[in-house]
Design a protein around this ligand. Sequence first.
Ligand code: PLP
Length: 407
Amino acid sequence: MKFTTRLLHEAFAPDAATGATTQPIFQSSAFYQPTAEDMAKIFAGRKPGFVYTRVGNPTIAGFERRINALEGGVGAVACASGMAAVSQAVLNVLSQGSEILASGGLYGGTSSLFRDFAEYGITVRYAAGDRVEDFAAALTERTRLIYVETIGNPKLDVVDIAALAELAHAHDVPLFVDNTVTTPYLCQPLKLGADVVIHSTSKALNGNGNSIGGIVVAGGKFRYDPALFPKFREYQFGPMSYIVRLRQRMVTDYGGCMAPFNAYLTGIGLDTLALRLDRINANALALARLCAEKGFDVNYPGLEASPYHAIAKKQFGNRYGAMLTLRLGTKERAFQFINSLHYALNVSNIGDARTLVLHPASTIFVHASAEEKTNGGVTEDLVRINVGIEDTDDLLEDFSTALDALA
Ligand code: PLP
């Protein structure tokens, strides 16, 4: 079975009770059980069933099964947002004194979150470069997980996931990969050896920009030794340890669950993932080539000039995603460019059907430290473009006009 057939059929069947061909929306906070014994068994995990939507809900569970199947995991837990997924996923593992080893080009919200963890005795250390040796050099005895994005937002850096997984496992730490920008259509990090995959489902998985959400998928192979990960003392359930703890102790206790209606909307968007991304990848490459031909400083992993072209080609099957960036010399020129685009909307989101454009330094990185901006490749003259599914010719014409106006 190929990707879209799997996506549509592998973990989806018409609703058993009604025959409905989309996942029904169970917009209910709680679920009745006929006897106190039934309720007790479900709470004890000895009987399947639903009790309260913060813990589990049939609409959300349907969405979790589909993403889990696409990523090849042992289980998935949907969350209120991508940031709820990031925070709950990493706090499921870390304790006071733990260190995160991260790639430099992290999304600004994630680097800001990791900075905040210092208040709780959890610190972050950034690898000085993107090579595995850079990560190896930054490992310490306190490192408890390695955290990277498949394509950094907006740095567009790409790490070698398989090599990094080997390094992580040789040091008894798991590798967490944020797969938001690539989605399982371009990359399935668990198959490359990663242990946990995180998504902001608000982006390309949804594809229409109509609901915020996140999801965490576990690979199930990494063993969380309680000597290094004390939170797992009571959670030794083999491959299910991580995901069971995430649901029971993080999402249930911290409360960052997905809303059923958002699971429903995102599930609808998911159906067309590959169709949308094929068009988006082609559009993004055409726009990147146009910018390069016109002599602008453009960054896109699909261009041979990108230092990440070879690894991206290998890892993402010759597809490079929706995001490209331009350096336009000054902040004023960046603003002028954004304001003169006709179809690209000035929006702080990515992964929409419409092309979106943003000035990262004054928006998503506005509260970042100078070091975080440097690590993230964010300069005052940088413009981030997230390409949509518009007709290629219209996008090329729009960009051409806006670029010519800068010349
Ligand atoms: N991870 C990445 C790579 C992102 O781009 C974003 C948002 O832009 C997030 C996580 C956070 O997701 P959300 O906005 O759904 O909280």
